[in-house]
Ligand binder design. Structure first.
Ligand SMILES: Nc1ncnc2c1ncn2[C@@H]1O[C@H](COP(=O)(O)OP(=O)(O)OP(=O)(O)O)[C@@H](O)[C@H]1O
Ligand SMILES: [Mg+2]
Length: 329
């Protein structure tokens, strides 16, 4: 499993680790395995409880969630035990898939998260502007890029956001793909607003910033695969979800996400985040000025030949930098 280091192995317990600081253990219960997640501090209990409740409440016809077996407190720290999912995180899985397998997988997964019955929420504007204002007060040192990002965010039409169920932290690290290809959501997060667009923006955080891979060495192999996943999702967004307006909202949420990391970042990370802000601001300009390439119609199932055409056209630059054609299986 990606992002999961085995720290110790006792007779019946393996300790897994993510980035939140919570203890995540694989427990052998004799005839089955369970995963136990324990809060990293008493202060964090409240946050973990919200994660637990969200996991319990999440309902989706095709995406699964590990069942909760047990919850309680151990020395004042909240813990819960859940079903162990044998599989690989999508962040790792994507590196081993061929280009057409990625398109196949994404073509099945993406329509699941693009909530087609969700409607615009006029109340959304209030929540987003409140969040932006709070952040503006929290970030004390602002360079030109940060100021520009705030200007964009403050002037965006946040009433174009759709209210729906969401995961809250949908990075590729928080999706496990089991052997039969089922997608399982783990590690939910309580968010200031609930919209599938927030989940889509987190996926774009992996596409544009390679966020799930920030502790790993860069890899062209991975970049190409993320690019293909991104092109596939953009194609579906434009076709299923009312065109560029939706894509624009997702990039605005991504802009907000990047700013939200700034108060917790080191100087090195800050440089990287400002480069990312610039990149996203440029993409927003391109979408607003209709400079993005709009793919042709998606074929009927399995529907990847037209996506492949778009990708082959757009991949030129990345591929020209590489002599290893095996990356393009
Ligand atoms: N139910 C489960 N079945 C199988 N593996 C799991 C399960 N829950 C968690 N894991 C593994 O443990 C890792 C860490 O879990 P989780 O993402 O919940 O922790 P975290 O500390 O909140 O991580 P982060 O903050 O980095 O997202 C996951 O990436 C996954 O590999
Ligand atoms: Mg996680």
């Amino acid at each position: 499993m990606h992002g999961l280091k085995v720290l110790m192995y006792k007779k019946s317990k393996k300790q897994l680790i993510g980035h939140s600081g919570c203890k995540v253990e694989l427990i052998d219960k004799g005839n089955y395995f369970a995963v136990r997640k324990t809060s990293c501090s008493i202060d964090y209990n409240k946050r973990l409880k919200k994660q637990l409740d969200k996991q319990k409440e999440f309902r989706h016809p095709s995406i699964k969630v590990p069942a909760i077996f047990k919850e309680g407190y151990d020395r004042d720290l909240l813990y819960f035990e859940m079903e162990y999912i044998k599989g690989v995180t999508l962040s790792k899985k994507i590196e081993d898939l061929t280009t057409s397998q990625i398109i196949d997988k994404m073509s099945v997964f993406i329509p699941n998260i693009l909530n087609c019955s969700a409607a615009y929420d006029p109340e959304a504007k209030k929540y987003f502007l409140k969040k932006i204002n709070e952040l503006n007060e929290k970030i004390l040192k602002k360079n030109k890029t940060i100021l520009k990002a705030f200007e964009y965010l403050e002037n965006y039409r946040w009433d174009k956001i759709e209210k729906s169920q969401c995961h809250g932290d949908l990075t590729f690290e928080n999706i496990i793909v089991s052997a039969d290809g089922t997608f399982w959501f783990i590690d939910f997060l309580d968010s200031f607003y609930s919209s599938w667009m927030i989940d889509a923006a987190k996926l774009f955080q992996d596409f544009e910033l390679q966020w799930s891979y920030r502790y790993l060495q860069s890899s062209k192999n991975r970049e190409i695969r993320l690019f293909i996943a991104k092109e596939t999702i953009i194609k579906y967004l434009l076709e299923i979800k009312k065109g560029e307006g939706t894509l624009l909202s997702i990039y605005y949420i991504l802009l907000l996400n990047i700013l939200r990391i700034i108060p917790y970042s080191s100087d090195n990370l800050l440089d990287y985040l400002c480069i990312s802000l610039d990149k996203v601001l440029n993409i927003i300009d391109d979408i607003s000025n209709k400079k993005i390439h709009i793919p042709e119609k998606v074929d009927t199932v399995p529907g990847y030949s037209s996506v492949l055409k778009v990708i082959n056209k757009s991949l030129g630059d990345i591929l020209n930098e590489n002599t290893d054609n095996s990356m393009c299986r």
